[in-house]
Design a protein around this ligand. Sequence first.
Ligand SMILES: Nc1ncnc2c1ncn2[C@@H]1O[C@H](COP(=O)(O)OP(=O)(O)OP(=O)(O)O)[C@@H](O)[C@H]1O
Length: 266
Amino acid sequence: MLKLDNVHKIFHPGGVNEKVALRGVTLHVRPGDVVTIIGSNGAGKSTLLNVVAGVYEVDAGKVILDNQDITRWPEHIRAAHIGRVFQDPLRGTAASMTIEENLALALRRGRPRRLRRGITQAERQLFKERLALLGLGLEDRLTTRVGLLSGGQRQALTVLMATIATPKILLLDEHTAALDPRTAATVMELTERIIARHRLTTLMVTHNLAQALHTGNRTVMMHEGRIILDLYGPEREKTTVADLLKMFEQASGNAFTYDRVLLSGS
Ligand SMILES: Nc1ncnc2c1ncn2[C@@H]1O[C@H](COP(=O)(O)OP(=O)(O)OP(=O)(O)O)[C@@H](O)[C@H]1O
């Protein structure tokens, strides 16, 4: 489904601020894989998602999506195939537009006509059905401006928007980290439901090691631009948070440092 082959990304090459963010990352993701990505600060997790989304061009290596070499495709062309949710609930939605307008834009992402032809009854029906699945009552508020929603409601809507056109790959970049714990749990639960319902191939960056082990079917650990651990199957099932920390130390030679890391719930 998604193949990263020996991907390198260097910021400000040759300058005093040169930063090697990815040092030969190879990752083959199978259809339906839900991969959680963990790693200490500056490990390259967000850069990896940005390279998949086309925000940054790679300096070497290849990005293959669904057997197509998309390495040189610009971000706006990839957008039709990729859903993405960021940490900031304000980032994925347009506050001054209504819920249905936001959803319509998301549904038509990467298509030329955007909102010009108005929202059809069939689309409205689809939005209501999908919103009802969130269980937040938003299906009765299609014409509410998104700016009036709470952070959690807004992030739930963003997840729906990122998935409504059934992307080939879903990228979640710490998308519950800015929410209070209860809201984060709700958004995470409905994210998992949407992923399962549409069998979405997903890459999810998280700083929560317990969540990384309990979500999806595979966990990748990064350190200084490299993948240093790739866990799946029975080996992953028996891994605890304490094991992860130990594995990190063994593989990297460093203690795991992350300013917001959550160690509970192992
Ligand atoms: N646009 C950029 N320009 C210059 N350097 C960058 C840029 N984006 C990332 N970097 C650098 O690349 C390295 C990897 O950053 P990245 O954001 O991918 O790490 P991360 O694992 O997501 O970290 P964190 O968990 O702290 O968000 C870091 O050293 C970072 O400072």
